[in-house]
Design a protein around this ligand. Structure first.
Ligand code: NIG
Ligand code: FE
Length: 418
Protein backbone atom coordinates (compact mmCIF):
# COMPACT_ATOMS: atom_id res chain seq x y z
CA UNK A 1 0.00 0.00 0.00
CA UNK A 2 1.22 3.47 -0.90
CA UNK A 3 0.25 6.72 0.84
CA UNK A 4 0.90 10.18 -0.53
CA UNK A 5 0.72 13.28 1.68
CA UNK A 6 0.58 16.59 -0.17
CA UNK A 7 0.34 20.32 0.61
CA UNK A 8 2.38 20.04 3.78
CA UNK A 9 2.98 23.37 5.54
CA UNK A 10 6.29 23.82 7.36
CA UNK A 11 8.10 20.48 7.50
CA UNK A 12 10.39 19.93 10.49
CA UNK A 13 12.50 17.20 8.93
CA UNK A 14 15.94 17.35 10.61
CA UNK A 15 17.18 15.69 7.42
CA UNK A 16 19.60 18.41 6.32
CA UNK A 17 21.49 19.23 9.48
CA UNK A 18 23.41 17.44 12.18
CA UNK A 19 21.39 17.29 15.36
CA UNK A 20 23.31 20.15 16.98
CA UNK A 21 22.80 22.60 14.09
CA UNK A 22 19.13 23.33 13.95
CA UNK A 23 19.16 25.79 11.08
CA UNK A 24 17.86 24.14 7.88
CA UNK A 25 15.70 21.80 9.95
CA UNK A 26 12.46 23.49 9.04
CA UNK A 27 11.70 23.27 5.35
CA UNK A 28 9.47 25.60 3.44
CA UNK A 29 5.85 24.81 2.74
CA UNK A 30 4.55 22.91 -0.25
CA UNK A 31 6.35 19.60 0.07
CA UNK A 32 4.78 16.15 -0.13
CA UNK A 33 5.78 12.73 1.23
CA UNK A 34 5.36 9.32 -0.38
CA UNK A 35 5.24 6.28 1.90
CA UNK A 36 5.45 2.63 0.84
CA UNK A 37 5.33 -0.29 3.29
CA UNK A 38 6.21 1.74 6.35
CA UNK A 39 9.10 3.64 4.78
CA UNK A 40 9.37 7.19 3.42
CA UNK A 41 10.41 6.68 -0.19
CA UNK A 42 10.14 10.18 -1.62
CA UNK A 43 9.96 13.82 -0.49
CA UNK A 44 9.10 16.16 -3.33
CA UNK A 45 7.12 19.25 -4.31
CA UNK A 46 3.41 18.66 -3.88
CA UNK A 47 2.67 19.89 -7.41
CA UNK A 48 4.79 17.09 -8.89
CA UNK A 49 3.17 14.44 -6.71
CA UNK A 50 -0.34 15.71 -7.43
CA UNK A 51 0.48 15.34 -11.09
CA UNK A 52 2.23 11.98 -10.82
CA UNK A 53 -0.55 10.35 -8.79
CA UNK A 54 -3.51 12.36 -10.24
CA UNK A 55 -4.51 13.46 -6.74
CA UNK A 56 -7.78 15.38 -6.35
CA UNK A 57 -6.94 18.40 -4.17
CA UNK A 58 -8.76 19.48 -1.04
CA UNK A 59 -9.66 16.12 0.46
CA UNK A 60 -8.43 12.65 1.38
CA UNK A 61 -9.00 10.04 -1.33
CA UNK A 62 -8.10 6.49 -2.34
CA UNK A 63 -7.41 5.44 -5.89
CA UNK A 64 -6.35 1.86 -6.53
CA UNK A 65 -3.43 1.03 -4.25
CA UNK A 66 -2.74 4.68 -3.35
CA UNK A 67 -4.25 6.61 -0.43
CA UNK A 68 -3.90 10.40 -0.78
CA UNK A 69 -4.01 12.93 2.02
CA UNK A 70 -4.24 16.68 1.43
CA UNK A 71 -2.76 18.31 4.54
CA UNK A 72 -3.90 21.81 3.49
CA UNK A 73 -0.86 23.62 4.79
CA UNK A 74 -0.67 21.98 8.20
CA UNK A 75 2.81 21.55 9.67
CA UNK A 76 4.45 18.13 9.99
CA UNK A 77 7.04 16.97 12.55
CA UNK A 78 8.73 13.57 12.99
CA UNK A 79 7.17 10.85 15.13
CA UNK A 80 8.16 11.52 18.75
CA UNK A 81 10.50 9.16 20.59
CA UNK A 82 10.26 8.77 24.36
CA UNK A 83 13.67 7.57 25.55
CA UNK A 84 12.77 6.92 29.20
CA UNK A 85 9.59 5.30 30.51
CA UNK A 86 8.65 2.93 33.31
CA UNK A 87 5.74 1.65 31.23
CA UNK A 88 4.52 -1.38 33.16
CA UNK A 89 3.38 -1.26 36.78
CA UNK A 90 0.14 -1.63 38.71
CA UNK A 91 -1.38 0.17 41.69
CA UNK A 92 -1.93 3.79 42.59
CA UNK A 93 0.43 6.00 44.59
CA UNK A 94 -1.45 9.26 44.21
CA UNK A 95 -1.68 9.65 47.99
CA UNK A 96 2.05 10.41 47.93
CA UNK A 97 1.12 13.82 46.53
CA UNK A 98 -0.36 14.75 49.92
CA UNK A 99 2.63 13.28 51.75
CA UNK A 100 4.97 15.41 49.65
CA UNK A 101 2.93 18.51 50.45
CA UNK A 102 3.33 17.62 54.13
CA UNK A 103 7.07 17.87 53.55
CA UNK A 104 8.02 14.20 53.25
CA UNK A 105 10.94 13.45 50.94
CA UNK A 106 11.13 10.68 48.32
CA UNK A 107 13.30 8.61 50.71
CA UNK A 108 10.93 9.18 53.66
CA UNK A 109 7.93 8.14 51.59
CA UNK A 110 9.81 4.98 50.62
CA UNK A 111 10.54 4.23 54.29
CA UNK A 112 6.84 4.70 55.13
CA UNK A 113 5.87 1.86 52.79
CA UNK A 114 5.27 3.97 49.69
CA UNK A 115 7.57 4.47 46.73
CA UNK A 116 8.95 1.82 44.44
CA UNK A 117 8.41 -1.04 46.95
CA UNK A 118 4.68 -0.41 47.10
CA UNK A 119 4.47 -0.50 43.32
CA UNK A 120 6.51 -3.72 43.27
CA UNK A 121 3.96 -5.42 45.57
CA UNK A 122 1.04 -4.24 43.45
CA UNK A 123 2.76 -5.22 40.20
CA UNK A 124 3.67 -8.71 41.40
CA UNK A 125 0.01 -9.28 42.34
CA UNK A 126 -1.35 -8.14 38.94
CA UNK A 127 -2.06 -10.79 36.31
CA UNK A 128 -0.33 -10.80 32.92
CA UNK A 129 -3.60 -9.73 31.32
CA UNK A 130 -4.08 -6.84 33.75
CA UNK A 131 -0.56 -5.61 33.01
CA UNK A 132 -1.12 -6.04 29.30
CA UNK A 133 -4.29 -3.94 29.42
CA UNK A 134 -2.57 -1.22 31.47
CA UNK A 135 0.32 -1.19 29.01
CA UNK A 136 -1.98 -1.05 26.00
CA UNK A 137 -3.93 1.90 27.43
CA UNK A 138 -0.68 3.72 28.15
CA UNK A 139 0.66 3.11 24.66
CA UNK A 140 -2.59 4.46 23.18
CA UNK A 141 -2.24 7.51 25.39
CA UNK A 142 1.36 8.03 24.22
CA UNK A 143 0.32 7.68 20.59
CA UNK A 144 -2.41 10.28 21.07
CA UNK A 145 0.26 12.90 21.78
CA UNK A 146 2.47 11.83 18.90
CA UNK A 147 4.81 9.19 20.34
CA UNK A 148 5.64 6.56 17.73
CA UNK A 149 8.38 4.73 19.65
CA UNK A 150 9.36 4.50 23.30
CA UNK A 151 11.89 2.93 25.59
CA UNK A 152 10.28 0.83 28.35
CA UNK A 153 12.04 -0.39 31.47
CA UNK A 154 11.20 -3.33 33.68
CA UNK A 155 12.04 -2.65 37.32
CA UNK A 156 8.87 -3.16 39.34
CA UNK A 157 9.47 -6.91 39.60
CA UNK A 158 12.81 -7.06 41.45
CA UNK A 159 13.15 -10.84 41.20
CA UNK A 160 13.93 -13.16 38.33
CA UNK A 161 10.39 -14.32 37.65
CA UNK A 162 8.73 -10.90 37.87
CA UNK A 163 11.39 -9.06 35.85
CA UNK A 164 11.16 -11.68 33.08
CA UNK A 165 7.38 -11.39 33.13
CA UNK A 166 7.43 -7.59 32.77
CA UNK A 167 9.73 -7.84 29.75
CA UNK A 168 7.56 -10.56 28.22
CA UNK A 169 4.38 -8.48 28.54
CA UNK A 170 6.23 -5.47 27.12
CA UNK A 171 7.45 -7.54 24.18
CA UNK A 172 3.87 -8.58 23.34
CA UNK A 173 2.79 -4.94 23.53
CA UNK A 174 5.62 -3.84 21.24
CA UNK A 175 4.40 -6.16 18.48
CA UNK A 176 1.04 -4.42 18.12
CA UNK A 177 0.77 -2.61 14.77
CA UNK A 178 -1.42 0.23 16.10
CA UNK A 179 0.65 1.37 19.07
CA UNK A 180 4.19 2.73 19.39
CA UNK A 181 7.08 0.28 18.99
CA UNK A 182 9.23 -0.43 22.04
CA UNK A 183 12.94 -0.49 22.90
CA UNK A 184 13.25 -2.85 25.90
CA UNK A 185 15.40 -2.25 28.99
CA UNK A 186 16.00 -4.50 32.00
CA UNK A 187 16.07 -2.47 35.21
CA UNK A 188 16.28 -5.11 37.92
CA UNK A 189 18.54 -2.60 39.71
CA UNK A 190 15.69 -0.17 40.37
CA UNK A 191 15.53 -0.77 44.14
CA UNK A 192 16.63 -3.29 46.74
CA UNK A 193 13.76 -5.74 47.43
CA UNK A 194 12.50 -6.08 50.99
CA UNK A 195 14.42 -8.65 53.01
CA UNK A 196 17.66 -8.23 51.06
CA UNK A 197 20.74 -6.08 51.45
CA UNK A 198 22.23 -4.17 48.54
CA UNK A 199 25.14 -6.65 48.58
CA UNK A 200 23.00 -9.80 48.37
CA UNK A 201 20.74 -8.24 45.76
CA UNK A 202 23.62 -7.11 43.54
CA UNK A 203 24.90 -10.69 43.71
CA UNK A 204 21.44 -11.94 42.67
CA UNK A 205 21.26 -9.39 39.85
CA UNK A 206 24.55 -10.47 38.37
CA UNK A 207 24.42 -14.22 38.91
CA UNK A 208 20.67 -14.95 38.51
CA UNK A 209 18.67 -12.14 36.88
CA UNK A 210 21.18 -11.07 34.24
CA UNK A 211 21.77 -14.57 32.79
CA UNK A 212 17.99 -15.18 32.69
CA UNK A 213 17.39 -11.82 30.97
CA UNK A 214 20.10 -12.52 28.40
CA UNK A 215 18.65 -15.98 27.76
CA UNK A 216 15.15 -14.47 27.35
CA UNK A 217 16.64 -12.14 24.70
CA UNK A 218 14.09 -9.31 24.86
CA UNK A 219 16.03 -6.51 26.58
CA UNK A 220 18.47 -4.48 24.47
CA UNK A 221 19.81 -2.51 27.45
CA UNK A 222 20.33 -2.53 31.20
CA UNK A 223 19.64 0.42 33.50
CA UNK A 224 20.57 1.09 37.15
CA UNK A 225 19.21 3.62 39.70
CA UNK A 226 22.63 4.96 40.75
CA UNK A 227 21.84 7.22 43.69
CA UNK A 228 22.96 7.33 47.34
CA UNK A 229 20.40 5.24 49.26
CA UNK A 230 19.73 2.98 46.29
CA UNK A 231 22.71 1.62 44.31
CA UNK A 232 26.16 3.07 45.08
CA UNK A 233 28.54 3.84 42.23
CA UNK A 234 30.47 0.62 43.02
CA UNK A 235 27.33 -1.51 43.00
CA UNK A 236 26.07 0.21 39.84
CA UNK A 237 29.41 -0.40 38.16
CA UNK A 238 29.29 -4.11 39.04
CA UNK A 239 25.84 -4.53 37.49
CA UNK A 240 26.61 -2.39 34.44
CA UNK A 241 29.98 -4.01 33.64
CA UNK A 242 28.44 -7.47 33.92
CA UNK A 243 25.60 -6.37 31.64
CA UNK A 244 28.01 -4.94 29.10
CA UNK A 245 29.98 -8.18 29.09
CA UNK A 246 26.76 -9.98 28.25
CA UNK A 247 26.17 -7.71 25.26
CA UNK A 248 23.60 -5.31 26.71
CA UNK A 249 23.74 -1.57 25.99
CA UNK A 250 23.88 0.63 29.09
CA UNK A 251 21.63 3.37 30.51
CA UNK A 252 21.67 4.99 33.93
CA UNK A 253 19.58 7.03 36.36
CA UNK A 254 22.11 9.47 37.87
CA UNK A 255 22.32 12.39 40.28
CA UNK A 256 18.55 12.76 40.65
CA UNK A 257 18.52 13.98 44.27
CA UNK A 258 22.18 14.73 44.86
CA UNK A 259 25.55 14.58 43.08
CA UNK A 260 26.38 11.00 44.00
CA UNK A 261 29.06 10.43 41.36
CA UNK A 262 26.67 8.78 38.90
CA UNK A 263 27.51 11.18 36.07
CA UNK A 264 31.22 10.48 36.45
CA UNK A 265 30.57 6.73 36.34
CA UNK A 266 28.37 7.19 33.26
CA UNK A 267 31.32 8.91 31.55
CA UNK A 268 33.79 6.19 32.60
CA UNK A 269 31.52 3.46 31.28
CA UNK A 270 30.51 5.42 28.16
CA UNK A 271 26.83 4.58 28.68
CA UNK A 272 24.35 5.49 25.94
CA UNK A 273 22.36 7.82 28.15
CA UNK A 274 22.54 9.09 31.74
CA UNK A 275 19.15 10.39 32.79
CA UNK A 276 17.78 12.85 35.38
CA UNK A 277 21.27 14.33 35.96
CA UNK A 278 19.85 17.38 37.75
CA UNK A 279 22.74 17.54 40.21
CA UNK A 280 25.52 16.60 37.82
CA UNK A 281 28.19 19.35 37.89
CA UNK A 282 29.13 21.07 34.62
CA UNK A 283 32.67 19.65 34.51
CA UNK A 284 31.17 16.15 34.72
CA UNK A 285 28.61 17.00 32.03
CA UNK A 286 31.51 18.02 29.80
CA UNK A 287 33.29 14.76 30.54
CA UNK A 288 30.10 12.86 29.68
CA UNK A 289 29.96 14.76 26.38
CA UNK A 290 33.60 13.82 25.61
CA UNK A 291 32.76 10.17 26.29
CA UNK A 292 29.75 10.23 23.96
CA UNK A 293 27.19 10.02 26.77
CA UNK A 294 23.78 11.57 26.17
CA UNK A 295 22.00 13.35 29.02
CA UNK A 296 18.31 12.54 29.30
CA UNK A 297 16.43 15.38 30.97
CA UNK A 298 13.09 14.36 32.44
CA UNK A 299 11.16 17.56 33.17
CA UNK A 300 8.04 15.68 34.30
CA UNK A 301 9.90 14.58 37.44
CA UNK A 302 10.68 18.02 38.91
CA UNK A 303 7.22 19.10 37.73
CA UNK A 304 5.51 16.28 39.66
CA UNK A 305 7.86 16.31 42.65
CA UNK A 306 7.89 20.08 43.10
CA UNK A 307 11.66 20.37 42.58
CA UNK A 308 13.57 23.15 40.79
CA UNK A 309 14.36 23.20 37.08
CA UNK A 310 17.77 22.36 35.61
CA UNK A 311 19.79 25.23 34.14
CA UNK A 312 19.24 24.51 30.47
CA UNK A 313 20.92 27.72 29.22
CA UNK A 314 24.29 26.40 30.29
CA UNK A 315 23.58 22.99 28.78
CA UNK A 316 22.62 24.54 25.44
CA UNK A 317 25.55 27.03 25.47
CA UNK A 318 28.07 24.24 26.04
CA UNK A 319 26.41 22.03 23.40
CA UNK A 320 25.86 19.16 25.83
CA UNK A 321 24.01 16.47 23.83
CA UNK A 322 20.63 15.88 25.41
CA UNK A 323 17.22 14.34 24.99
CA UNK A 324 13.91 14.98 26.74
CA UNK A 325 11.72 12.11 27.90
CA UNK A 326 8.64 11.55 30.04
CA UNK A 327 9.97 9.25 32.83
CA UNK A 328 6.39 7.94 32.99
CA UNK A 329 6.15 6.22 36.40
CA UNK A 330 3.72 6.04 39.34
CA UNK A 331 4.80 9.54 40.46
CA UNK A 332 4.83 11.15 37.05
CA UNK A 333 1.80 9.94 35.21
CA UNK A 334 2.06 11.61 31.87
CA UNK A 335 3.34 10.21 28.60
CA UNK A 336 2.97 13.51 26.75
CA UNK A 337 6.20 14.60 25.09
CA UNK A 338 4.57 17.85 23.87
CA UNK A 339 3.99 18.58 27.58
CA UNK A 340 7.69 17.88 28.33
CA UNK A 341 8.65 20.24 25.49
CA UNK A 342 6.23 22.85 26.79
CA UNK A 343 7.80 22.67 30.29
CA UNK A 344 11.26 23.17 28.84
CA UNK A 345 10.20 26.05 26.60
CA UNK A 346 7.90 27.86 29.03
CA UNK A 347 9.80 27.15 32.25
CA UNK A 348 13.44 26.78 31.22
CA UNK A 349 13.67 29.17 28.28
CA UNK A 350 14.56 26.51 25.73
CA UNK A 351 14.10 27.30 22.03
CA UNK A 352 11.11 25.28 20.76
CA UNK A 353 13.11 23.75 17.92
CA UNK A 354 15.71 22.54 20.41
CA UNK A 355 12.92 20.89 22.39
CA UNK A 356 11.46 19.23 19.31
CA UNK A 357 14.94 17.96 18.33
CA UNK A 358 15.35 16.50 21.83
CA UNK A 359 12.28 14.26 21.41
CA UNK A 360 12.98 13.26 17.80
CA UNK A 361 16.36 13.27 16.06
CA UNK A 362 18.36 13.29 19.32
CA UNK A 363 16.19 10.67 21.00
CA UNK A 364 16.66 8.33 18.03
CA UNK A 365 20.36 8.08 18.85
CA UNK A 366 19.72 6.44 22.22
CA UNK A 367 16.48 4.68 21.32
CA UNK A 368 16.78 2.90 17.97
CA UNK A 369 13.81 1.66 15.97
CA UNK A 370 13.39 -2.15 15.96
CA UNK A 371 13.38 -2.20 12.13
CA UNK A 372 16.87 -0.72 12.05
CA UNK A 373 15.53 2.16 9.91
CA UNK A 374 16.44 5.71 10.91
CA UNK A 375 13.59 7.50 12.71
CA UNK A 376 13.10 10.82 14.47
CA UNK A 377 13.73 12.47 11.11
CA UNK A 378 11.67 12.87 7.96
CA UNK A 379 13.91 11.66 5.16
CA UNK A 380 13.90 9.20 2.29
CA UNK A 381 14.72 5.75 3.72
CA UNK A 382 13.50 6.61 7.22
CA UNK A 383 10.63 4.88 9.03
CA UNK A 384 7.30 6.47 8.02
CA UNK A 385 6.61 7.87 11.47
CA UNK A 386 5.43 11.47 11.57
CA UNK A 387 2.82 13.76 13.10
CA UNK A 388 0.43 16.11 11.37
CA UNK A 389 0.14 19.25 13.49
CA UNK A 390 -3.36 20.59 14.07
CA UNK A 391 -2.44 23.97 12.59
CA UNK A 392 -0.03 25.70 10.26
CA UNK A 393 2.75 26.37 12.80
CA UNK A 394 4.97 23.57 14.11
CA UNK A 395 5.51 25.66 17.28
CA UNK A 396 1.99 24.85 18.45
CA UNK A 397 3.47 21.49 19.38
CA UNK A 398 4.91 23.12 22.52
CA UNK A 399 1.86 25.25 23.32
CA UNK A 400 -0.80 22.62 23.91
CA UNK A 401 0.15 20.80 27.09
CA UNK A 402 -3.38 19.68 27.92
CA UNK A 403 -4.51 18.27 24.57
CA UNK A 404 -2.92 16.67 21.56
CA UNK A 405 -1.33 19.23 19.25
CA UNK A 406 -1.67 16.69 16.43
CA UNK A 407 -4.68 15.93 14.23
CA UNK A 408 -3.17 12.61 13.13
CA UNK A 409 -0.10 10.43 13.52
CA UNK A 410 1.41 8.33 10.77
CA UNK A 411 2.74 5.21 12.49
CA UNK A 412 4.81 2.78 10.42
CA UNK A 413 3.03 4.20 7.36
CA UNK A 414 -0.52 3.97 8.73
CA UNK A 415 -2.59 7.16 8.96
CA UNK A 416 -4.15 7.25 12.44
CA UNK A 417 -6.45 10.23 13.05
CA UNK A 418 -6.76 11.53 16.64
O1 NIG B 1 13.03 7.59 37.25
N1 NIG B 1 14.17 7.29 40.18
C1 NIG B 1 13.87 6.12 39.98
N2 NIG B 1 12.84 5.67 39.27
C2 NIG B 1 11.75 6.46 38.82
C3 NIG B 1 10.73 6.68 39.85
C4 NIG B 1 10.26 5.42 40.39
C5 NIG B 1 9.14 5.49 41.35
O2 NIG B 1 9.07 6.42 42.17
O3 NIG B 1 8.32 4.57 41.26
C6 NIG B 1 12.27 7.72 38.19
O4 NIG B 1 11.93 8.84 38.58
FE1 FE C 1 13.15 6.75 35.55
Amino acid sequence: MRSVFVNIGPLVSFRNAPASALENSVESTGLGIVVVDGMIVKIEDSAMLIDEFSIPEGRHSVSGETACFDLKGNAVVPGLIDGHTHLLWAGDRSKEVSWRREGKSYAEIASLGGGIQYTVEQTRMASDDALHILGYQRLREALHTGTTHLEAKSGYGLNVESELRLLEVAERLGNNAHTPTIDHTWMGAHDIPRGQTAETYVEELVSEQLPAIVEQNIARSADVFCEPGWFSTEQSETVLRASKNQGLALRMHVDEFTDGGGGALAADLGVETADHAYHTPMDVRLKMKECGVNTGFLPGTPYAMGDGWPNMDEVVDKAIPFTLASDFNPNCRTLSLPFMCSLMVQRCGMHPLQAVAAVTVNAARTTPHPSGMPHGIIAEGAAANFNIVDGEHWESMVLRPSSSPFSATVLNGQFLPH
